[in-house]
Design a protein. Structure first.
Ligand SMILES: [Mn+2]
Length: 199
């Protein structure tokens, strides 16, 4: 499936496909923007199929319901929700358009890269492991960004040899999504990406 989100300050393409032979996706995502901010989450439930989806979709539900809270509080809520579930790797991004800043937190294998028009790039380090419900503090990072920056947040079903170059040489999110098509065909795992330009 492919979804397009267009708002005043963000233009995004979301792509998701299931692992070969699976009717249920173990990845989940949530994205919402208004005039003030963008909130976005990608989660990969441990394992595959229904139980994986049960964990990852909880993340989407929490971020939808409590999206007004800060990223650290959201990660905490997601972690608590993983008690007695399989668990999930999770990344949450919150962008404040007027301040031109974003906050990001990732636990596990969801990756994020932002490429700025000036050529600078931001690649926040994820914390290793996954959310399992065990109490723990996770580090969030806050950065400033340039207008026109393009970011991608993606699960480990997407394997691109040089994602940064792909972002750098793409003229628009539509153009980059086209370039990514070749990498979405192998279906060895559930795959999700959120690709967006901050304008
Ligand atoms: Mn995966």
């Amino acid at each position: 499936m492919k979804q397009i989100e267009q708002h005043e300050h963000v233009n995004a393409i979301i792509y998701q496909s299931n692992k070969e032979g699976k009717s249920c996706c173990g990845d989940s995502f949530f994205i919402k923007a208004d005039d003030e901010e963008l909130i976005c989450a990608v989660a990969d439930g441990l394992g595959s199929g229904q139980y994986a989806n049960e964990s990852s979709s909880l993340v989407s539900e929490i971020v939808e319901e409590y999206g007004h809270e800060d990223v650290a509080a959201l990660i905490d809520r997601c972690n608590q929700a993983m008690k007695n579930k399989r668990g999930a790797t999770v990344a949450i991004l919150k962008v404040n358009f007027s301040q031109q800043q974003f906050t990001y937190c990732s636990v596990g294998n969801i990756r994020f890269i932002l490429n700025a028009p000036s050529g600078d790039y931001i690649y926040p380090f994820p914390t290793s492991g996954y959310l399992s419900g065990k109490p723990r503090k996770y580090k969030t990072y806050t950065y400033s960004y340039e207008k026109g920056s393009i970011f991608i947040m993606y699960s480990d079903g997407l394997n691109v040899p040089n994602m940064r170059m792909c972002l750098k040489h793409g003229h628009s999110v539509e153009d980059i999504a086209k370039q990514l098509e070749t990498y979405t065909q192998d279906k060895k795992d559930d795959l999700t990406y959120v690709l967006g330009q901050l304008t």
